[in-house]
Design a protein around this ligand. Structure first.
Ligand code: FES
Length: 77
């Protein structure tokens, strides 16, 4: 699904970058700028950023569930 029409970025591409960033440091804070910078793109209208944030949160939660991170290490946003 296309998430960013300005840069033609799909949901799968964002999920892949978030996973790649978490593989480097699983507790880093990821914001849309982090993801777009990694893809060598940047926000133009930034209308997609709320959806990108939802994808980052969902992907990060799933990342930690899949890797048996302990519940004590989770925090709600
Ligand atoms: S829709 Fe993503 S920057 Fe415009």
């Amino acid at each position: 699904m296309l998430v960013c029409s300005c840069n033609f970025v799909t949901e799968k591409e964002i999920e892949a970058v978030v996973t790649e960033l978490l593989d480097e440091d699983c507790w880093r804070v990821i914001v849309p700028g982090t993801v777009y910078n990694r893809m060598q793109k940047r926000g133009r209208c930034c209308g997609c950023f709320p959806n990108v944030i939802d994808i980052i949160v969902r992907t990060s939660e799933q990342y930690h569930i899949n890797r048996d991170s302990t519940g004590a290490e989770f925090c709600d946003f």
